[in-house]
Every structure is written in structure tokens, then in C-alpha cells.
Design a protein around this ligand. Structure first.
Ligand SMILES: Cc1ncc(COP(=O)(O)O)c(C=O)c1O
Length: 385
């Protein structure tokens, strides 16, 4: 039979406890999801601020639909680029102090585009070991010599930087997606400047949450375009819509418009989505959702400490609970589900082998009772294993 490897691979994953399956959500409201007719408190969403259900975001999307229609109808270089896209780009340019911004349909596409356009056979790329798959795969698919430095290990990065010459891109994340920790930003900036390397930040999980206006790590740490030549952020997490952007110098963005195949050969983000995204960003800057999230994180950390349970060190909305392997991670996730709590088990290859975990994500839409219910359920689930 042709393609025999398909069933063999699935069977192998299943036997090792690594088989993946989807969950079909019937609806979601106020942090509660309905699956197979049962309701669960959702601690698995990247909607850190509850913006997905924000009335103003929904309303502005509807207004965008009335003005621009459902889809964008063409790629951006044909007729898919509208005033709505330009307005969103303009907001990000002025608030992030960047020459130019380019919108992408997803963070995955943006990372792939950065790699495809920038990584030539004479460009070196050094990425944190925990960098997201969308960047790693883009770097692996390029001709560029690619090395990964140990997670947040600046002396390892310095050693790698000293070894080579020529153009070099150093890539890391603003808030690490599976661990919730952050990189040593000022050390990264100074190492890159010393070695004349470009620093790139994938701020998928910091954007929307951190900084004075919620514009992420670059805003929080006051990172100029010079210090951070390549900034990527996504709208599908804290901003509550979908899509992504890349920000940088005018020359860099002009280059991407001409060279990035994921931009040139893909139908543009629907304009209505850009309208809703811009609304969400302004609402985040003015609203109290971020403070609610920070209060929830502090409450969770305090209750966990009192309970004697251990979670990894993280001050972000992402709170990982490490387990003894994929089977235990699955069993804990199931035990929580039986108590009305939805937390997924995250297993290899999403995280390194041996670091299978529960990935708890907190949101501004949770209340104190929800967080207490989560910690109680975690304690009970641990005790019954
Ligand atoms: C760190 C990081 N980068 C990029 C992406 C991809 O973004 P998107 O979901 O918009 O494709 C994700 C999504 O999971 C992510 O966590």
C-alpha cells in the first residue's frame, strides 16, 4: 500500500502517549467552554484579556464587515490592502515608534516570512532553544547556518556570536509560550550591538499584555527600532482577533513587501478583522483588563504557594505545572476535566522530551472563585494520582 508510514506513525505516537486529537467546542462565554454538552472553566485559552468577547470588538468587526465586506478579495499587492489595514499599521507605527509595519494573516506566516526573506546562505541565525516551531521550521528550511542557544543562556549566545562573522539574526521570544518566562532583554540588546547582529523578538505572548499601552515587550523595555530591528507580534492571543505584524525600518518593510512570499502570494487579512483589531488595541490601552489579569496572576501564585503545589517560576499569564511524563500529564488533565476545569496536557514535541506539562493560562475574564476552584481541583487531582 502507498504511504504506509502514515498509520505506522500514528500507532507509534499513540503507544508513546503522544497522539493528538482535537476538541470541538460548542460555544464559549465568560471563560466557560461547552464541550459535548458539559461546561468547563477554560484555563487553556490565549485570550488573556477576554477581548474575544468584548462588545466593542464584536461591534467594530460588524461595522468593518458593512464597510469592507467579508473577505479582502485579493492579496495585498493587488486590491486586498485597504484603509483599515493602513490605519492598523499606522497605529502600531506611531505607538511603537517604528518606521513601518506590515500585517500578516498569522504569526506562523510572519515568522516564516521573516526567515524566508532574511536568511540567506551567508546569514547566520541563532535562536533560543525554546523558540516557537514557526520560526524554527522557517530557519531550518532556509540555507542559513542555524544554531540554537540554550534557553536564556547569554554566555552560550556570546560564545556562538564570537565564533562567526557576517550578517547574523538573533531570535527569541518576549514571553515564552510554553514556560511563561521572559528573556534577559537588556543583555540580548547589548550582545547584539557588540556583535553587530540584528535582534528579533517574537512577542506573541507579550503583545497586548505588557507595556504602558499593552504594546508588549518592546514598549515595556523601551526598545527602539535600533535596539530591536525585527519585532513580530500577534493579534490572536491577548488582542482577541487574529493575524500578526512585523515592525521595523522602512527599508526592511519595503524589502518584505517585495520578497516575503507569505505576504505577496496570500489573500490579505479581511479588512473587518483589521478594524476590530485596531479597536481592541485602543480598548486595551484605555481599559482595566490588564490590571485584572495581573491581579489574577498574583492570586493564583499566592494560592499555589499556600497549597504546597509547585508550578514553574512565571509572572505571566502562562503558568506551567511540570509532570512526570506524558501519561501523567494526560491523567492530570483528565482529573481536572472531571472537576469541571479545562487545562490541556502539553507534550513532546511541543515541549522538549521529559518536560510534559499542564499549561495553565489565566485571563482577565476569570474571577476569584474561578481561580480558587482551579487550585482546589489541582490539589485533588494530584492527590488522586
Ligand atoms: C511564540 C509564538 N509565535 C508564533 C505563533 C504563531 O502565531 P499564530 O497563532 O498567529 O499563527 C504562536 C502561536 O501559538 C506562538 O506561541
Amino acid at each position: 500500500m502507498a504511504f504506509d508510514f502514515i498509520s505506522a506513525r500514528v500507532a507509534e505516537k499513540s503507544a508513546a502517549g503522544y497522539l493528538r486529537a482535537r476538541t470541538c467546542v460548542e460555544y464559549e462565554k465568560d471563560g466557560i467552554i461547552c464541550v459535548d454538552g458539559a461546561h468547563y472553566l477554560n484555563f487553556a485559552s490565549n485570550d488573556y484579556l477576554g477581548m474575544r468577547q468584548h462588545e466593542g470588538v464584536l461591534q467594530s468587526w460588524v461595522e468593518g464587515l458593512a464597510q469592507f465586506g467579508a473577505g479582502s478579495g485579493a492579496s495585498p499587492l493587488v486590491t486586498g490592502y485597504t484603509q483599515a489595514h493602513a490605519a492598523l499599521e499606522g497605529y502600531l507605527e506611531s505607538h511603537l515608534n517604528r518606521d513601518a509595519v506590515l500585517l500578516f494573516n498569522s504569526g506562523f506566516a510572519a515568522n516564516q516570512a521573516i526567515c524566508q526573506a532574511l536568511l540567506k546562505d551567508n546569514t547566520r541565525v541563532l535562536a533560543d532553544k525554546y523558540m516557537h516551531a514557526s520560526f524554527i521550521d522557517g530557519a531550518l528550511a532556509s540555507q542559513a547556518p542555524f544554531r540554537r542557544f540554550a534557553h536564556n543562556d547569554m554566555s552560550h549566545l556570546a560564545t556562538l556570536l564570537e565564533k562567526g562573522e557576517g550578517d547574523c539574526l538573533v531570535a527569541t521570544e518576549g514571553v515564552f509560550s510554553m514556560d511563561g518566562d521572559v528573556p534577559p532583554v537588556s543583555e540580548l540588546v547589548s550582545l547584539c550591538q557588540t556583535h553587530n547582529a540584528w535582534l528579533m523578538l517574537d512577542d506573541a505572548h507579550g503583545f497586548g499584555v505588557l507595556g504602558e499601552n499593552g504594546l508588549g515587550t518592546a514598549e515595556l523595555d523601551g526598545l527602539s527600532q535600533h535596539a530591536l530591528p525585527v519585532l513580530m507580534g500577534t493579534f490572536g492571543k491577548a488582542v482577541g482577533t487574529a493575524g500578526a505584524f512585523v515592525a521595523g525600518s522602512q527599508a526592511f518593510i519595503n524589502y518584505l513587501i517585495n520578497e516575503a512570499r507569505h505576504y505577496i502570494y496570500s489573500t490579505a487579512m479581511p479588512a473587518a478583522q483589521a478594524v476590530a483589531t485596531l479597536y481592541s488595541l485602543t480598548a486595551i490601552a484605555a481599559g482595566d483588563e490588564r490590571q485584572k489579569l495581573f491581579d489574577n496572576i498574583a492570586l493564583f501564585r499566592r494560592l499555589i504557594k499556600d497549597s504546597g503545589l509547585t508550578v514553574a517560576a512565571s509572572d505571566s499569564a502562562i503558568q506551567p505545572v511540570l509532570t512526570d511524563g506524558p501519561m501523567q500529564a494526560m491523567a492530570l488533565s483528565k482529573a481536572l476535566r472531571e472537576r469541571g476545569i479545562w487545562v490541556p496536557a502539553i507534550r513532546y514535541p511541543t515541549v522538549p522530551k521529559g518536560t510534559d506539562r499542564l499549561r495553565i493560562t489565566l485571563s482577565a475574564s476569570h474571577n476569584e472563585q474561578d481561580i480558587r476552584a482551579l487550585v482546589d481541583a489541582l490539589q485533588l487531582a494530584r492527590d488522586t494520582l
